[in-house]
Write a protein that binds this ligand. Sequence first.
Ligand code: KG4
Ligand code: ZN
Length: 333
Amino acid sequence: MAKHEPVILGIETSCDDTSAGVVQGSSKILSNIISSQVKIHSEFGGVVPELASRSHLENIYIVIEEALKQAALKLEAIDGIAVTYGPGLVGSLLVGIEVAKSLSYVYKKPLLKVNHLEGHIFSSLFMEKNIKFPFIALIVSGGHTELVKVSAFGRYSIIGQTRDDAVGEVFDKVAKLLELGYPGGPEVEKLAARASFEIKFPEAVMKDGSFDFSFSGLKTAVRNYKHNNLDIDNNSLCSGFQQAVIAALLNKTFKVALKNNIKRLVLGGGVIANKTICEAFVKKAKKEGLDLFIPTGKLCTDNGAMIALAGYHKYLKKQFCELDLNADPGLTL
Ligand code: KG4
Ligand code: ZN
């Protein structure tokens, strides 16, 4: 790696993870520190916005210091500061934004505003020297279920989305129904892996020819099944639910790729931490002859490095923003 490759600090506080990461160029992650608030929110069965912003405040400087320490860099050596400005919880976003603005001002470093979803989209492509466009991105997290055609950096068209619950949200709600704890996704996946058989649930897609999803019917089907079959084991229920989600995601995503004649597919968002979902995509992509990009490890869930990576591309284009940057909780692509 050439020494002059820009180094970007990324700050992410959109929901319940306080995170900072340092990247150099488009392919070197120097650090990626995440402070999870799961313990704080788990007793409430979901994220409590007020507690989230307070915890971000307590942890943000610790996380940034650790990210710099692991990268063996001082703030003076950073070329740009990228921060998530939406979508997310307003109180949480503001913590990251205010800290990024202060550091930008004091250290005279350009400020780069990043859409959280852009972070998820580009997190699996950090090893690609020259990202080839267009590609289809499927973003599935606690707050988003988005099928996007990406034509270039900053050029996105949303082709499909959920009409009700996001995929991660429905995992969390099914887990709550079965009293598995929060966040539910990893627990549901664990139980599903132990199932000896699975219950058949209907696919969670809109049958109106659109590329939209709908997960509330599936959630109700799981609830009704449990209600009517109290002695059913949760493993089979989780496995059937997970298979129905996978069927819906595969169905719409590959149809979109085929219809647009696009051979590259990118996955992103917390739900992509689910190995069974990833394996199903790998298998189908191989069969259909598509190149598939999946983020690994910490890059799946919310993290600062993915914000720094997206920020790096903005830095190259000199897309700097002013110090009056504000949070945009409902930001879209
Ligand atoms: O991207 P993320 O960390 O935060 C948001 O931007 O929402 O995603 C969090 C979501 C949660 O709903 C969580 O239950 C889900 O991702 N998730 C999973 C798994 N790990 C996390 N869902 C299914 N299977 C998993 N293994
Ligand atoms: Zn996210």
